[in-house]
Design a protein around this ligand. Structure first.
Ligand code: SAH
Length: 453
């Protein structure tokens, strides 16, 4: 069969990609990627694009639905680029995520290890404590606040996102009203002109403290006082209003300068019984309840003894290390964002932790220097961004000969690659536990225990 654009074919969906697309194979072995399909679906599919060994299609008709299918409960599902698993049961979502982690570690890493069942989330909606809504206009100059469409910068205007707390919807409403009243002009990504770019909201789940941040192309907004008053009047838990200046023509959301328009320049929240300060630039886990479960798993893997030294790399505001500091002799944290390091130092102080020191530096550079100083950590925690640690850092860590390495990862593929590097340096992957921090989306977190052989 020679597959062509606009062909209609019958397809059975047998697997899913990391991005959440279903995949079926034609009789000739061509993989066809079909968004919004479910494993077990029997579909009639329209072919949209054909490449040499694979093709893209869209659902024309569902001949027999997968038993895992459910009715999606969000009007924006399949339009906005956020959720990909709203049309299947949570059981099925967990199964897919488990498989994805196991496949990556065994296939990419070539590693055989013990996989624990995914740590499930009790709350699969309204679990996020942070949102970044792009602000723009459509071709008729109508205000659009919402999310980008999948792989695009087209804004899907959105009244409510059910991954976010309801109060964020209120902030969006106030923001819309403020723009209407004051006529503040909206940023245009194409021309780089216009002022208001993004609405960025954070909330402490335990403390209820709310931070609202506006990203502007310039120094401020017209009638900021009115904005603050409107927010204060309707949001009794408002703790901070920040104006972030971003004058660059870039996809990066936040610019480098913050100004506090109201209240404090930070909010606080609690995690594993400790209090944490969170600044606008600092990383903070978006799903607090699941973060606690993840950190408890990391703590179990670290198995710290009172005379041991802990090195926490990519430490953000110090969260993981600080929740374990009372189990070890000393804690050294490394993080590249200066504000996060300031937060980490204050977090240690505010929680009465006196055995911690934090270094603001690029992780590979800091580790090389700490190795030169003769630091011999017993346990190393790694929690890098999606791109992972890389071979050089794994080598330098291995030269310090820690007994245990606990790797927290948000990308199974780079985790698998780095586990392989560790195995090449005389370490073994004992166990991997996936954790669902981002229900209904394609993302999956995992934590791995690696020990020196
Ligand atoms: N462990 C923290 C943060 C994890 S997110 C927590 O659980 O809250 C990853 C962190 O790595 C971010 O804070 C980011 O700023 C930091 N980071 C990114 N690249 C880095 C680098 N090259 N060196 C050190 N830290 C880095």
């Amino acid at each position: 069969m020679n597959l062509k654009k606009n062909d209609i074919i019958k397809l059975y969906i047998s697997s899913a990609t990391a991005e959440g697309s279903g995949v079926g194979k034609t009789e000739d072995g061509i993989a066809v990627f079909v968004p919004n399909s479910a494993i077990g679906d029997e579909l009639s599919v329209r072919i949209l694009k054909v490449k040499k060994t694979y093709a893209f299609g869209k659902i024309e008709d569902i001949i027999a639905p997968s038993p895992a299918r459910i009715e999606p409960d969000c009007p924006y599902f399949s339009k906005c680029g956020g959720c990909v698993w709203r049309h299947i049961s949570y059981d099925e979502e967990c199964k897919i995520k488990q498989q994805r982690v196991e496949d990556a570690v065994t296939r990419i890493g070539g590693i055989s290890t013990n996989f624990k069942p995914i740590i499930r989330s009790e709350q699969t909606d309204r679990y996020r404590n942070k949102a970044q809504f792009p602000i723009g206009t459509d071709s008729n100059n109508n205000l659009q606040i919402g999310f980008y469409a999948f792989h695009s910068h087209r804004i899907i205007d959105c009244d409510d996102c059910i991954l976010q707390p309801e109060i964020f919807t209120k902030v969006m409403q106030i923001t819309r009203k403020f723009i209407e009243i004051t006529g503040n002009d909206i940023y245009d990504e194409q021309t780089g002109k216009g002022r208001l770019r993004h609405l960025y909201i954070r909330m402490g789940e335990v403390t209820n403290e709310l931070m609202v941040c506006y990203v502007v192309n310039g120094n401020g907004l017209k009638q900021e006082d009115m904005l603050v008053k409107m927010l204060k009047d309707e949001l009794p838990n408002l703790k901070s209003v920040i104006i972030n200046s971003n004058r660059e023509k870039t996809n990066v959301i936040l610019g480098s300068k913050n100004r506090t328009a109201y209240g404090a320049d930070y909010i606080t929240d609690e995690l594993c019984g400790l209090k944490f300060k969170i600044s606008p630039f600092s990383f903070w886990q978006v799903n607090r309840k699941q973060a606690e479960k993840l950190y408890n798993k990391a703590k179990e893997y670290a198995n710290l003894q009172s005379d041991e030294i802990l090195l926490d790399l990519y430490c953000g505001t110090g969260t993981i290390g600080l929740t374990m500091a009372n189990c070890c002799k000393t804690l050294v944290g490394v993080e590249i964002i200066e504000d996060a390091i300031k937060d980490a130092n204050e977090n240690a102080k505010n929680n009465g932790i006196t055995n911690a020191r934090f270094i603001c530096s690029d992780a590979p550079k800091a580790v090389a220097e700490l190795a030169k100083e003769g630091l011999k950590p017993d346990v190393v925690i790694l929690d890098p961004p999606r791109k992972g640690c890389g071979e050089e850092l794994v080598k330098t860590i291995s030269q310090m000969q820690p007994k245990r390495v606990v790797y927290v990862s948000c990308d199974p593929a780079t985790l698998a690659r780095d586990l392989k590097y560790f195995e090449e340096q005389g370490y073994k992957t004992n166990e991997v536990t996936p954790c669902d921090m981002f229900s209904r989306t394609a993302h999956v977190e995992s934590v791995a225990l690696i020990t020196r052989v």
